[in-house]
Design a protein around this ligand. Sequence first.
Ligand code: NAP
Length: 328
Amino acid sequence: MATDEIRQVIVIGGGPAGYTAALYAARANLRPLVIEGFAWGGQLMITSDVENYPGYPEGIMGPEMMRDFRSQAERFGAEFVTDDVARVDFSSHPFRVYVDDAEHRTETVIVATGANARQLGLPSEQQLQGRGVSYCAVCDASFFREKVVVVVGGGDSAMEEATFLTKFASRVIILHRRDEFRASPIMLDRARASEKIEFVTNAVVEEVLGGASGVTGVRYQDVRTGETHEVDAQGLFVAIGHDPSTKLFLDQLDHDDAGYLVTRPGSTETNVAGVFAAGDVQDHVYRQAVTAAGSGCMAALDAERFLAAREGHPGTASTAPRSEPAEV
Ligand code: NAP
């Protein structure tokens, strides 16, 4: 069922990037439609205190911050569909975005579907999320002052998280499932040089131990001997990579080998003129709420410029000279 209206902007995704894009687009009178997904809020919905977002000197709970982002966009006229996008068609203009049996048509799309930290897939891991199990050391390390923490993984993320955690924790144990590391030598050497970091290799996590009061330890199996061991710890940082939420777009938008959307350097433009990407869906380096919000702002300004150029020079938007946005 197609709606009659052709939207100027549809934002797909309801995290820091999507809501910031919606805020800027709404303030530019573009009346954006945000298809925010059932699980709106993104990774911040499984984060407790956010202490590194500027403007919140006392910190703020992740879900509360996302509600604030959302209502700020709503205040200026953004509209929301709390559902998942089923399919997109960027092959002709206007673009088409399908939700259930509804077809939405639009001049521009901002893709801000984010990424998800990979999980170990253990029920105990899920139960203790936000109570000692974390996926972001930059966000949560300070809660583990003088505590023992375990980091799982053998890539650059694990080395980086473990090294960062040494600023707070008394001891950091890296558990890795093999005895060879994917991490780059420089990151590995930095972790090895720390007196606070220990390595346990050939170790597969079987269970996160703990209860209502939080994590108390980790049980793992040594895959060479088959023996199980327990280590006492108050925190578990899972650093086994991230997966961008890009399945819907892979056949239509350029992406790298890991599935992250590729944008033109210094902009949020994808390979399809009029489709922009912002936030973690195109950033596997910084992955912070503040950087996602910043790129959401860029995407809205890029969409606004695209629309202005299209009005002035029909059919030549992607090559039209850039004009300044109406409002910054
Ligand atoms: P990654 O390189 O894919 O490494 C993931 C690690 O987690 C691997 O050691 C892998 O083990 C392990 N792993 C995966 N699934 C697991 C599971 N179910 N259980 C236990 N262990 C599991 O991911 P990443 O470390 O996040 O890095 C991603 C990219 O970002 C890389 O290109 C990296 O260089 C880059 N990065 C760069 C920096 C930096 O330069 N500052 C920091 C972070 C990330 P196996 O090795 O056995 O597969």
